[in-house]
Design a protein around this ligand. Structure first.
Ligand code: MEZ
Length: 482
């Protein structure tokens, strides 16, 4: 166990110790806002609603908080931020909007994308204000400029973010209930939300009366059966997600008449470490790595969108490929140390030695590929694949390889929402009174393909909106009753 694991366990222990209701026996209860899910979207919605005066209960079916956000590696996309300004990066919301629409094959809901891009800078300000570290900047595939914000040194964003949000929830004494599964959204004859039925960690069922529910329960990438139902060709692919990402929130929403959209839009990430469930962050390519096939040759623009990069990997011998990098790229991104720790890395003093170590069949071809790439990098022009950004050459021995193959990473589809994050009914696309959604449980923001770094961006921005809208709705409902 390394120091980071110990720190993570410490954070979990602190949370359990300081959240008295986590271990309490639950009885029928009431709240203004119930948040289902405790990843980025859920915790941000909870903090926002709480700070607006709402009584908030967060339900998390897993034993710990954090959802998939906890595993998030690459960072958060945002345009026109204080961090970009400090680093002299010119960007604006419209470029982020255009990149996102293009990445999503223009199947995204443009109104939601506009919200994502326009609010992203304020979402970075929000995170900085609550103590998150977003001071390093990188680039993810499909982005025109460096707009992916992450902790200093290129640390993974997830544990920093979740730790910060947890600490904020603890500080406010927000009622966060782990091991608590939402069973059913309760509504009245008019279809208005009136509460939720819950099963606690001991199998005991109880009800919480509440005028609003924020669904922030994530996607379904870890539910293989459900994935294959929509995309039979992904049978046998493993997932990069935490095991709780099963899509139960979708069933809760459908049971009260919500509309689902884009369910067949399921993203496979090109670089899951071969033979494991571990995601190798896109930031490795963003910081300079190339992709080569088993024959030692490049075959794709490494910074193209994930749909295209994954499709290209699947066409190579053995349906896998190798990330090739060097010690300078390693130094630029702390996350790479984690891959050493997990023994996913092969090294060689020369490209030929590296090829031998990792199973690339033609070491001279690999040497020629690296040499050619370095020439393109020096000339700032990739004549082979038109890669737009080549921040570093690959020349500092030892050379490094990580074998990768595509893995199920993200479900773009989900509950249809409007610009206020209200869940819409299937029958007439009108809002279901009191039901909100934020993050991966919803559909529409990413269209046919999500850009790396846009998930955290979505969870923070739409989590803030959902928290504020739900708090306002609950307040108005209370006033109307009084
Ligand atoms: O947003 C993501 O999914 C992401 C940045 C993943 C990664 O490769 O790190």
């Amino acid at each position: 166990m390394d120091r980071r694991d110990v720190l993570k366990m410490g954070a979990v222990a602190t949370l359990l110790a300081k959240s008295p209701l986590t271990l309490a026996k639950h009885q029928d209860d009431s709240a203004d806002v119930v948040v289902v899910g405790s990843g980025g979207a859920g915790l941000v919605a909870a903090l926002t609603a709480f700070d607006l005066g709402a009584k908030v209960i967060v339900l998390e079916k897993m034993p710990i908080t954090g959802g998939n956000t906890q595993l998030s590696a690459g960072g958060m996309n945002a345009a026109e931020t204080v961090i970009q300004k400090k680093k002299g990066v010119e960007d604006n919301w419209k470029i982020m909007f255009d990149d996102t629409m293009k990445g999503g094959q223009n199947k995204n809901n443009p109104q939601l994308v506009e919200i994502l891009a326009k609010n992203s800078s304020a979402s970075i300000d929000f995170l900085l204000s609550v103590g998150a570290d977003m001071t390093d900047l990188g680039r993810m595939a499909g982005a025109s400029v460096n707009r992916t914000h992450r902790p200093v040194g290129g640390e993974a964003v997830g544990h920093n973010l979740v730790h910060t949000l947890r600490q904020n929830a603890i500080k406010r004494n927000i009622d966060v209930r782990t091991g608590s599964k939402a069973l059913k959204i309760l509504s009245d004859k008019q279809g208005k939300v009136v509460g939720i039925e819950v099963e606690d960690r001991n199998g005991r069922k109880y009800k919480i009366q509440a005028p609003t529910i924020v669904l922030a329960s994530g996607g379904f990438s870890a539910n293989h059966e459900r994935v294959v139902k929509y995309r039979p060709e992904y049978a046998g692919f493993s997932s990069t997600n935490q095991p709780g990402a099963t899509g139960d929130g979708l069933d809760l929403a459908v049971a009260v008449g919500a509309k689902l959209i884009d369910m067949e839009q399921i993203q496979i990430h090109p670089t899951q470490a071969a033979g494991s469930k571990i995601l190798i962050t896109e930031a490795v390519r963003g910081n300079g790595a190339i992709l080569v096939n088993r024959e030692g040759k490049r075959f794709v623009n490494e910074l193209t969108t994930r749909d295209k990069a994954s499709a290209a990997v699947l066409q190579q011998t053995g349906k896998s490929a190798f990330l090739i990098l060097d010690q300078e790229i390693r130094k630029s991104l702390k996350q790479i140390e984690g891959y050493y720790h997990l023994e996913l890395v092969k090294e060689g003093e020369t490209p030929q030695a590296l090829a031998k170590a990792c199973g690339i069949t033609d070491g001279d071809a690999l040497a020629a590929t690296i040499k050619k790439y370095n020439e393109y990098q020096a000339a700032k022009k990739d004549e082979a694949f038109e890669r737009a950004d080549m921040p570093r050459p690959i020349q500092a021995a030892k050379f490094i390889a990580i074998e990768i193959r595509p893995g199920i990473h993200y479900t773009m589809g989900g509950v249809k929402i409007d610009t206020k994050t209200r869940a819409l009914r299937a029958k007439d696309e009108q809002p279901i009174p009191g039901l909100y959604g934020a993050g991966e449980v919803t559909g529409g923001v990413h269209g046919a393909n999500r850009l790396g770094g846009n998930s955290i961006s979505e969870t923070i921005t739409f989590g803030r909106i959902a928290g504020a809208e739900a708090a306002a709705y609950a307040k108005a409902a209370k006033t109307a009753k009084a």
